[in-house]
Design a protein around this ligand. Structure first.
Ligand SMILES: NC(=O)c1ccc[n+]([C@@H]2O[C@H](COP(=O)([O-])OP(=O)(O)OC[C@H]3O[C@@H](n4cnc5c(N)ncnc54)[C@H](O)[C@@H]3O)[C@@H](O)[C@H]2O)c1
Length: 255
């Protein structure tokens, strides 16, 4: 796909991706590099980042091992990254799942989920809005939310709350950043076969696994299915799309 022309090309656009070492973030980095973007891969997993580097085609990529729960440091390291060239956009794919009944949801438990899934997204936006960090020609931000933002599930209170907040956040940022030509959207996946899903589904009975599979009329998704939606929103294909949620769920929410 390298050398792609037309509105899906991300040629020379520098795009930061969090959660880059695994699952959806990793598939996004690989696809963006095939679309000629220059990827800045961020994750807490340093060895996963090293493995990713071997997979990326093209040139000009970079990576940073960082803990996104360290919110105060995010704008600073984004400024350091931008010293090597402005960022066209970023994708916040780092996240944690949480399946806990409410009786176990102490503030420490749900705040950890909110910190990474939601507050880090806002901290990244704070870092990105600086004129010295973003591309003066415009840009695009994508938050990976979830169908759980709109659909309830027993034990998903903290996770649903963290992802629904991203939808509200992206709409307000879309209005605030539009004058600078920066678009802000969410991609809401259904169940995707990634290491996160593997850890979660390992606790399920076979019947529960079968039910989840049946709930997706097109079957379970792959990380690349989600990455395709992200690329559409980053590239000029999404140039008139902002404040939106792109649902990529194999029909899960069509029921
Ligand atoms: N897999 C699914 O079924 C599914 C469905 C809907 C939404 N999502 C969302 O998609 C995103 C990616 O999920 P995935 O399935 O690829 O997960 P994953 O567990 O495979 O990857 C998550 C990545 O985030 C990184 N990470 C975790 N904590 C971090 C921290 N503090 N700082 C920096 N990096 C950190 C991990 O090291 C990992 O590389 C998440 O936001 C998740 O909530 C996943």
């Amino acid at each position: 796909m390298s050398g792609i022309a037309g509105p899906l090309s991300l040629r020379s656009r520098r795009i930061l991706v969090t959660g880059a070492a695994s699952g959806i973030g990793r598939a996004t980095c690989e696809l963006l590099s095939r679309l000629d973007a220059r990827v800045v891969a961020v994750d807490i997993d340093g060895s996963g980042l090293q493995a990713l580097e071997q997979q990326l085609g093209g040139e000009g990529h970079a990576s940073l091992c960082a803990d996104l729960e360290d919110l105060d440091r995010i704008p600073g390291w984004m400024a350091d990254i931008a010293a090597a060239g402005p960022l066209f956009g970023f994708v916040h794919a780092a996240g944690v799942s949480c399946v806990q009944p409410v009786r176990l949801l102490t503030p420490a438990v749900y705040r950890k989920v909110l910190t990474l899934n939601t507050e880090a997204a806002l901290a990244l936006a704070r870092g990105f809005q600086k004129k010295s960090v973003r591309d003066p020609a415009g840009g695009s931000i994508v938050f990976i939310s979830s169908v759980m933002a709109d659909v309830g599930s027993i034990g998903a209170a903290a996770y649903s709350m963290s992802k629904a907040a991203l939808h509200g956040l992206s709409r307000s940022l879309a209005l605030e950043f539009a004058p600078a030509g920066v678009r802000v959207n969410c991609v809401a996946p259904g169940f995707i076969d990634t290491p996160m899903f593997g850890r979660m589904s390992a606790l399920w009975e076979p019947a529960q696994f079968a039910r989840v599979r049946e709930d997706h009329p097109l079957g379970l998704g792959t990380a690349l299915d989600v990455a395709h939606g992200v690329a559409f929103l980053l590239a000029d294909t999404g140039r008139w799309v902002t404040g939106s949620v792109l649902t990529v769920d194999g029909g899960y929410t069509a029921h």
